[in-house]
Design a protein around this ligand. Structure first.
Ligand code: 5HM
Length: 171
């Protein structure tokens, strides 16, 4: 982790981040790719951390947005390893709901990873995500637009990186 001197605040920033979100359900069977606006939602988050010098792990980009899917055992093992190695886990659990991202949220919380979850305002999210504060070190960003996420990310990341969240074992 690194501390940056912004004019008004000091914020802790991560050296490594895992970015997750809906993938398989968003790949158009005709093109074999995610739509550009769906790619953009992920790319904006990746870019936010990369311009600050962080190492970003992300399956969508790694697998060329659907053009180069890994096998299920390959991506499962890689994602678990990369989440384990990351300072912070940032993800859209998804509208549409992403089954794989929900598995990753479970791994990240059980691993005690600091987490920031990006939740669409006025949408239904499962109770086991919106209730995660009771067992995990998590911040939620409720958003309408990706611009809102980018504005709120630095504070949310700082909060989870400087706080020790509830341990699952002591729940
Ligand atoms: O179920 P869904 O595809 O939406 O799950 C997305 C999450 O699973 C992503 O955060 C990604 O890290 C992981 N994933 C992956 O790494 C998912 C798929 C396809 O299901 C894949 N590689 N090929």
């Amino acid at each position: 982790m690194t501390t940056t001197d912004a004019p008004s605040t000091k914020r802790v920033t991560p050296e490594s981040v895992f970015v997750g979100g809906p993938f398989y359900g968003l790949v158009n069977p005709e093109t074999g790719l995610m739509a550009e606006n769906d790619q953009e939602k992920i790319n904006r988050i990746i870019g936010h951390f990369e311009v600050a010098g962080a190492k970003v792990y992300n399956a969508h980009r790694r697998e060329a947005w659907g053009a180069n899917f890994l096998t299920a055992p390959e991506c499962t093992k890689l994602d678990f390893t990369e989440i384990s190695q990351s300072d912070v886990f940032v993800a859209y659990p998804g509208i549409p709901v992403s089954p794989g991202t929900h598995v990753e949220v479970g791994w990240a919380s059980a691993l005690g990873k600091p987490m920031v979850l990006l939740l669409e305002k006025d949408a239904k999210h499962t109770f086991l995500v919106t209730g995660l504060e009771t067992v995990a070190n998590v911040e939620f960003i409720w958003f309408d637009t990706v611009d809102e996420i980018i504005e709120k990310l630095p504070d949310a990341v700082h909060k989870v990186l400087t706080r020790s969240g509830p341990a699952v074992a002591s729940a």
